[in-house]
Design a protein around this ligand. Structure first.
Ligand code: DAH
Length: 413
């Protein structure tokens, strides 16, 4: 675009610029002056425009060929860097004649953004590639399990017991852990001089506000009384004092609570926490768990009781389990028995028979206390400790392990 014009007169004196002669210039003096040249200029504009496409193609090809992010960056610098090939072309834009600039500028910028989008796409592809695992994924590998928590062994055993009883038509009932002496003892025909009622045997509590006589009467009226009961009537006249509120020592109190509210037949089991004033050692703890069972209907026999207990213990402790009844005394059953069982588990513990539960036919006095006619209704009840079952089942030799919440222990079940 610039032609070089030689100025001066090499031979004679004076010089000239074009047609103009400058005679005063010293002879032999000459210099070169760049002047705009239309032909060169046109050629320059043409080659500028023609260069766009091949430079763009070269850049895109090199970017797409980059095998990793490092070589992509090299390719970028090669074409779009400060001294890059395409940048060099862009720099020439300024030298174009004014009227050519807009069109040429448009083309070169369009090419530049094509290169930039090729760069961005390749970059995204390579980044994705880099984030993918190097090895191919084996979809046949077993999945990774999430570490799930599980039920406490006592809850597992309780659920098993409940499941077995549900199979034979029992439903789960519940009652308060903070109980009164009436439901825990009196109504269960447990005399005032019974050792279980000793303040050393149970936890007595002093509620901030013992229920008033009116509140108690209202509560008792709510419970449908089926027949007048002398003990109940007497009690309604004399509400419990504060010292008569205690933490229940057994789940048998729920027998009374359920029968007070419900007409026979009754078929319930009651899993729940109970309290005793025991020092903790390998076989005792001040809180533990029991399951109570109660069945009331017409013509219920010891045979029903034995059949039921046998069914449930076989389910819990295995098919080879045998049970036997030994005569015993409980104030709320007559006759009463202790249940022993024998299985490979008891033999593992070095014993043929292990005592496991108490049971018997519901005492007529208990029926009277809840307003059931003992001449019409018969029934059986039993109760046993859940910890004891779990300890025998899993071979655990210290009851305190259940309450320490040590995951190394709990994880095993
Ligand atoms: N309540 C008794 C205890 O805590 C267990 C028991 C024995 C429950 C005989 C009963 C039963 O229902 O009939 O040791």
């Amino acid at each position: 675009m610039w032609a070089l014009l030689r100025l001066g007169q090499p031979r004679s004196g004076g010089g000239s610029i074009g047609d103009v002669t400058y005679p005063n210039w010293p002879a032999g003096f000459s210099f070169v002056l760049p002047v705009p040249c239309p032909i060169l200029l046109r050629h320059f504009v043409m080659s500028f425009v023609e260069e766009i496409e091949p430079l763009k193609q070269a850049a895109i090809t090199e970017l797409n060929a980059a095998a990793d992010l490092a070589s992509l960056e090299q390719a970028r610098v090669h074409h779009l860097g400060a001294n890059g090939r395409f940048t060099a072309l862009l720099k020439q834009l300024g030298s174009l004649p004014k009227d050519q600039k807009p069109a040429a500028g448009k083309s070169v910028n369009a090419a530049k953004s094509e290169i930039e989008s090729a760069l961005a796409k390749r970059k995204a592809d390579l980044e994705l590639q880099a984030s993918l695992p190097k090895e191919p994924t084996d979809f046949t590998l077993p999945g990774r399990r999430r570490p799930l928590g599980k039920l406490h062994p006592l809850s597992q055993v309780t659920e098993d017991i409940v499941r077995s009883f549900r199979k034979i038509g029992f439903v789960v009932a519940d009652g308060p852990e903070v109980e009164d002496e009436y439901h825990c003892f009196d109504a269960l025909n447990t005399p005032a001089d019974h050792p279980a009622r000793d303040t050393q045997d149970t936890f007595y509590v002093q509620p901030p506000q013992a229920p008033t006589a009116i509140e108690l009467r209202q509560e008792q009226q709510k419970a449908s009384s089926l027949q007048p009961s002398p003990l109940k009537e007497e009690r309604e006249k004399t509400p419990p004092s504060r010292s008569e509120i205690l933490l229940r020592t057994h789940t048998s109190s729920v027998q009374i609570r359920v029968m007070e509210k419900q007409k026979p037949p009754v078929r319930i089991i009651v899993p729940g926490r109970v309290y005793r004033r025991d020092n903790a050692d390998a076989t005792h703890n001040p809180t533990f768990h029991q399951v109570e069972g109660l069945y009331v209907d017409k013509d219920v026999t010891v045979g029903d009781l034995k059949g039921t207990v046998e069914f449930v213990f076989k389910e819990l402790m295995g098919e080879e389990t045998r049970i036997r009844f030994r005569p015993h005394y409980f104030s709320y059953t007559e006759p009463s028995f202790e249940i022993d069982f024998s299985s490979p588990l008891t033999r593992k513990m070095g014993k043929e028979w292990l005592e496991i539960a108490g049971c018997g036919m519901v005492h007529p006095k208990v029926f009277e206390n809840v307003g059931y006619d003992p001449e019409v209704w018969t029934g059986w009840a039993f109760g046993f400790g859940i910890e004891r079952i779990a300890m025998i089942r899993y071979g655990i030799n210290d009851i305190r392990l259940f309450y320490e919440n040590d995951v190394r222990f709990l994880r095993q079940f």
